[in-house]
Design a binder for this molecule. Structure first.
Ligand SMILES: [Zn+2]
Ligand SMILES: [Zn+2]
Ligand SMILES: [Zn+2]
Length: 388
C-alpha cells in the first residue's frame, strides 16, 4: 500500500509541476510556490508513507510528514484531484502484439459447456479500457477506509484487474482534448454501473475482516451484559424463593427482576446501534486507456443458432482475458449459451433450478426459474381465493 501511495502522490505532484525524487521510504519534492501555497506546505517537502522507519521502529518527525489513510496530507493531495484530473485519457504505446495463431489457444483456455466453436478470424484493434477509482469509508465503533480500483475492458465489460496497477509500467501518452477517450461499445452508464457492481464486491470482501472483528466485539459485549443483568434477575428470584416471600413483597421483588431483564433488552439495542456499520462509497476518478490488443473471433453453435464471440489478448498483461458472464458480470472461462437469446453465462448462472431441476438462463430470467415463478404465482392466487 505504501508503494501505491508513493507512486500515486509523486504522479499527482509531478502533474502539478513539482520536481519529485523518491527513495525506498519517502518522497522528496520541490513544489512550485503556488502549489506549496495551495497545499499549505513548504516548497521543499519530504513525505513518508509508513509510520515506521526501515528498522520497524517509530519514525522521527524529522523524517518527513506522514501520508496515509486519514492523514491531513492525503486529504490535501486528494483535493488536487477534485479540481483537475478526475477524468483523463491516455494511450499505451510500444506494446507488442502476439502473432501466433490464436485458435488452438482459445480452444484450450475457454470451455463452451453446451456449444461448439469454430475459429473465424484474428486481428489487431485499439480497445478502450476504463479504470475507476472509488473511495470507501466504513464506520461502526471503529472506522476503516481505503481506495479500490476497478479496471474493465470497455468492449467486453470483463474485469481486467492487473491493468489498474500495471499500465504505467509501459510507455504512454496523454490523449488530447480533441481526441478524447476512445469510444466504448457500451453507454457510459452501463460501464459505470458494471464498475460500481465490481467495486461493491471488492469492498465487501475487503471489509469482511472488519465485519468479523466487529461481530466478535459485539458478541463479547452482549455476553457481558447478559451475564450481569440475567445474573441479577436470577439472584433476586432465588432470594425471593429462599425467603418464601409472598403478596406485595414478592410482587415488588419480581418487578425488580423483570426490570433487570427489560434493561438488558434496551442495552443490547443500544449496543447494536453502536456497532451498526455505515458504509459510504464515492467515486474518485476515471482513467480511459486505449490499448492495442489482439482480437479473435469464434463462432459458437447452440442447436440451430450461432453467436460470434470476440476474445481479447491483452498486450499489457500478455494473456487472454476472461469473458464476462452476461447475467452476474463475473469473469469466466467456462460458459454456456442460453437457448432463448444465446447469452453468455457462467456455470452458476445456468445451473438447474433447485426446485424443478430445469435449466434456465439468469440473464433472461433475473427473478429466478420462470417455470417455478409461474407455479408460485398460481399457488399465491389460489391461496388468495381460499382466504377470501
Ligand atoms: Zn454468472
Ligand atoms: Zn424451477
Ligand atoms: Zn438468456
Amino acid at each position: 500500500m505504501a508503494e501505491d501511495f508513493r507512486h500515486f502522490t509523486s504522479r499527482i505532484l509531478e502533474h502539478w509541476g513539482a520536481a519529485v525524487e523518491t527513495d525506498r521510504e519517502a518522497l522528496e519534492a520541490l513544489l512550485p510556490p503556488e502549489l506549496a501555497a495551495r497545499l499549505g506546505m513548504a516548497e521543499h517537502v519530504r513525505l513518508r508513507f509508513s509510520p515506521q522507519d526501515r528498522n520497524g521502529s517509530a519514525a522521527a518527525p524529522t523524517e518527513g510528514q506522514l501520508l496515509t489513510y486519514g492523514s491531513p496530507v492525503l486529504e490535501k493531495v486528494l483535493s488536487l484531484l477534485t479540481d483537475k484530473g478526475t477524468v483523463a485519457a491516455v494511450e499505451l504505446q510500444g506494446l507488442y502484439l502476439k502473432q501466433a495463431a490464436p485458435g488452438p489457444e482459445i480452444e484450450r483456455l475457454f470451455q463452451p459447456l453446451n456449444a461448439r466453436g469454430k475459429f473465424v478470424s484474428a486481428g489487431a484493434a485499439a480497445v478502450p479500457y476504463g479504470i475507476f477509482n472509488f473511495r470507501y469509508t466504513a464506520v461502526s465503533d471503529e472506522k476503516t477506509e481505503g481506495l479500490v480500483s476497478v479496471a474493465l475492458n470497455g468492449r467486453s465489460l470483463a474485469e481486467v484487474s492487473g491493468v489498474a496497477h500495471r499500465w504505467h509500467e509501459v510507455e504512454w501518452r496523454e490523449r488530447s482534448q480533441e481526441e478524447g477517450p476512445l469510444a466504448s461499445a457500451h453507454p457510459v452508464a452501463a460501464v459505470y454501473q458494471r464498475a460500481c457492481r465490481l467495486a461493491q464486491g471488492h469492498i465487501s470482501r475487503t471489509l469482511s475482516e472488519f465485519h468479523h472483528s466487529r461481530e466478535r466485539r459485539l458478541g463479547r459485549d452482549i455476553q457481558r451484559l447478559q451475564e450481569y443483568y440475567l445474573g441479577m434477575a436470577r439472584e433476586i428470584r432465588a432470594r425471593l424463593q429462599k425467603k418464601g416471600l409472598s403478596g406485595e413483597e414478592a410482587e415488588r421483588e419480581e418487578a425488580k427482576a423483570a426490570a433487570a431483564e427489560r434493561e438488558l433488552q434496551i442495552k443490547v439495542r443500544d449496543l447494536e446501534d453502536k456497532y451498526a456499520v455505515r458504509a459510504q462509497v464515492s467515486f474518485v476518478s476515471f482513467l480511459s486507456l486505449a490499448m492495442p490488443v489482439l482480437t479473435a473471433c469464434v463462432s459458437y453453435q447452440r442447436r440451430q443458432a450461432f453467436r460470434e464471440l470476440t476474445f481479447f489478448w491483452n498486450s499489457l498483461l500478455k494473456e487472454w482475458e476472461a469473458l464476462a458472464c452476461e447475467a452476474c458480470g463475473e469473469n469466466t472461462f467456462a460458459f454456456s449459451l442460453c437457448d432463448e437469446k444465446l447469452h453468455v453465462t457462467c456455470a452458476p448462472c445456468s445451473r438447474p433450478c433447485s426446485l424443478c431441476g430445469r435449466r434456465f438462463c439468469s440473464a433472461c430470467h433475473s427473478q429466478g426459474c420462470p417455470a417455478c415463478a409461474s407455479v408460485k404465482q398460481v399457488k399465491q392466487k389460489q391461496e388468495r381465493r381460499i382466504n377470501r
